[in-house]
Design a protein around this ligand. Structure first.
Ligand SMILES: [Zn+2]
Ligand SMILES: [Zn+2]
Length: 354
């Protein structure tokens, strides 16, 4: 806008947000944008438009959720949105296909197996191996996590870990990519549908970038996702004459279920449950969330002791991921499993309850 800036004195009709020095950041992730009314001035670009919407919504009587959403100055990520909506429609079609067109236990079974493989690759691989190096794994295990992690369509391990390390470093703050303080829906799925204000900090994942397998997966992520998320299940389904059923069950229905399980860790696990180890963040422990997420629901413990390979720290806590990692260590495929000292854990509990 620059030289064409109008003074408030000339104001008449159209709201225009001024880019550059005309805005400033406020606490809580909000952005204040000064608006001038300029006769006949057209909105310069989408950014101006969003800033205008943000400013106007901050002064309007909208319901709080809508207000927060608009004020966040969001830009829809069309690629992610089209992909997510299409996958949900195909998952719904998968249920229709099984109900009225063709039912095959083989295809359903493949869906369950793929859900387990992909789920463990996110929880035991992307999360507890790459984002937090809580144990060391042999290359076949890393490759397994990277291939089925790609099939989970949640970005490359490098990008996922960069986002996740930002989440831990800045929990509940503006820089937290799935900041629970922006509301349930933002932390669940909004952060995927809308572009972030800032890019993830890849400086935090320099250690991972040294792994050639991680670099390979990052460079070929899209093709690996299509191959292991759709083509391989469909090819396996050919062996019992139901490639479409296998694709729908192990591809899309599995994908959508798995997405919402992962998203639950950012939404439900920051909203419901107890806080036995720390009240410094919104993270909570809940066995219900743990059931849905292969053990990731003990999220209060995890935020307090992120270097521990366990999330459910008691032996009876439902944490299939910790049992999987422990099992890998027993057959020589994983080592150096990190556990926080019992005294430190008990001290944290005592500090909270005391
Ligand atoms: Zn984590
Ligand atoms: Zn968290």
């Amino acid at each position: 806008m620059g030289a064409t800036q109008a003074s408030p004195a000339r104001s008449t009709e159209v709201y225009v947000g001024l880019p550059g020095g005309a805005s400033r950041r406020l606490a809580g992730g909000l952005r204040e944008v000064r608006i001038w009314k300029i006769r006949g001035e057209r909105l310069k670009n989408r950014s101006d438009w969003w800033e205008t919407v943000a400013w106007r919504s901050s002064h309007a009587r909208f319901p709080p959720l809508l207000k927060r959403t608009l004020m966040a100055r969001l830009r829809l990520n069309y690629t992610n949105t089209v992909f997510l909506v299409s996958a949900h429609l195909l998952a719904a079609f998968a249920i229709l296909y099984l109900s009225v067109i063709h039912f095959s236990w083989w295809s359903v079974g493949l869906g369950v197996v793929w859900l387990a493989l992909c789920g463990l690759s996110i929880t035991g691989g992307y999360h507890r191996l790459f984002a937090h190096p809580t144990y060391k794994a042999a290359w076949p295990v890393r490759l397994f996590h990277l291939l089925f992690g790609a099939a989970s369509a949640q970005n490359s391990a490098l990008k996922w870990s960069a986002d996740h390390r930002d989440h831990h470093a800045r929990t509940d703050q503006e820089e937290d990519p799935y900041n629970a303080q922006r509301g349930f829906w933002w932390s669940h799925i909004g952060w995927v549908l809308f572009d972030a204000d800032s890019e993830p900090d890849f400086h935090r994942v320099g250690d991972l970038a040294r792994d050639p397998l991680v670099r390979f997966q990052h460079s070929h992520y899209t093709w690996l996702a299509i191959l292991f998320g759709a083509a391989v299940p469909a090819a396996i389904g050919l062996s019992w004459g139901d490639p479409l059923g296998a694709l729908l069950c192990a591809g899309f229905l599995r994908l959508v279920l798995q997405w919402h399980a992962t998203f639950s860790i950012n939404s439900f696990a920051h909203q419901i449950g107890t806080q036995p180890y720390s009240r410094a963040t919104s993270a909570r422990d809940s066995w219900i969330t743990a059931l849905l997420t292969f053990g990731e629901g003990y999220h209060n413990f995890h935020h307090r002791f992120q270097a521990d390979y366990r999330n459910g720290v008691r032996w009876y806590h439902f944490d299939p991921t910790k049992w999987f990692v422990w099992g890998l260590s027993k057959v020589g495929l994983a080592r150096d499993l990190r556990r926080m000292p019992r005294q430190a854990i008990e001290r944290a509990r005592a500090d909270v309850s005391g």
